[in-house]
Write a protein of this length. Structure first.
Length: 148
């Protein structure tokens, strides 16, 4: 008698969670973090007959400001008061993005300094105890992956 285990949708979806720490004061859990990346202008120089390509950086690095997008963030308790400070133009320092899989930290990203460029909140609802950030964009000049 052969029994075949039927897989459910829940078994196929990894249990990732994202926590973002804003300095030492505030931790917010987000459902989605996107646009993690960094860019720099370089010149590609072909090496004639050998077919090699060399990359040359300019003496003055031409970094472009990049941004990350944080969506559907929730914070409960006393931290809610600090969320009201998230508005365009506010400088953020020491932003850490923790990626957890099944409760274990698997990746971590760090932004030394950034500026909030856009922030929108969910509707106000007296029946909820959470403050929800619908979408926040942070412009930064560098993001690094940190060893966990």
């Amino acid at each position: 008698m052969n029994t075949v285990k039927q897989e459910t949708k829940d078994e196929l979806v990894p249990a990732y969670t994202f926590e973002v720490y804003f300095g030492n004061q505030l931790k917010v859990g987000f459902a989605k973090v996107s646009n993690i990346g960094m860019g720099e202008d370089v010149d590609l120089i072909p090496d004639g007959d050998e077919g090699e390509i060399y990359m040359r950086r300019e003496k003055r690095h031409r970094h472009h400001a990049n941004y990350i997008v944080l969506e559907r963030g929730m914070s409960t308790g006393t931290d809610d008061k600090a969320i009201r400070d998230f508005k365009p133009g506010v400088h953020l320092y020491n932003v850490m993005i923790m990626v957890h899989l099944n409760g274990e930290a698997v990746r971590m990203f760090s932004i030394e300094t950034g500026v909030v460029t856009r922030c929108s909140f969910s509707d106000l609802d007296a029946l909820r105890s959470e403050v929800m950030i619908r979408r926040m964009e942070i412009q930064h000049m560098g993001i690094e992956e940190v060893t966990v």
